[in-house]
Write a protein that binds this ligand. Sequence first.
Ligand SMILES: Nc1ncnc2c1ncn2[C@@H]1O[C@H](COP(=O)(O)OP(=O)(O)OP(=O)(O)O)[C@@H](O)[C@H]1O
Ligand SMILES: [Mg+2]
Length: 225
Amino acid sequence: MIDVRGLTKTIRNGSRVVEILKGIDLTVPRGQFLAIMGASGSGKSTLLGLMAGLDAPTEGEVLIDGAEISRLPEDKLAQVRGRKIGFVFQSYQLIPTLTALENVLLPYELNANGDGKQRAITLLETVGLADRLHHYPIQLSGGEQQRVALARAFVLQPPIVMADEPTGNLDSKNGQHVLDLLTERQREAKTTLVMVTHDQQIADRADRRIVVKDGRIIADENNGQ
Ligand SMILES: Nc1ncnc2c1ncn2[C@@H]1O[C@H](COP(=O)(O)OP(=O)(O)OP(=O)(O)O)[C@@H](O)[C@H]1O
Ligand SMILES: [Mg+2]
């Protein structure tokens, strides 16, 4: 369902050319929980951003359900993203002028329909933020902001969730809770879950684990359970 072919990303920094991704091929079947691991700076966030169509590759393509998203015009791309992909950014990317609840409701702007508000509240309750609904990001801790971002990624019940270190700023109890939320949905709704993580225990819970090093995949293993 997600097909990555010959993906490269090169960035020009003045006269310097930086090759961030050097040719990534990857197929993620529907419903798989894939963990992406690798050292800081290896290219994980760049890869995830390209897979979600948040950024354009230098070469190669990304297909989602057979449709190439890597070169769609912005309006079409926004539609695909809105319908199919929930994204949790490493840096949360909450809108500072919106409350927690409003941030979670944001995806509905493109996909307006009925009972979103109740769903958003339920999700915020699920991640332990029942009493933070009307707080602004600046009034929330990093871990709380991370959980708002997570609720936002799920609010439209997308078939694909991509999460960049979604437990990176959580204590072990909240981290475990968030992970349970992610994996429950992955199992029940057959959500495809692509997660960048530094945490070996999380990777052990995934169906499959890849390791990125210097812009290349150097390991690709299925968890035999
Ligand atoms: N816009 C940019 N301009 C220049 N270099 C960039 C840019 N974006 C990313 N890089 C570089 O590309 C490399 C990969 O970055 P990326 O964010 O994908 O790493 P990562 O594997 O997610 O690391 P981390 O685990 O620290 O989040 C890094 O060396 C980074 O400095
Ligand atoms: Mg990163």
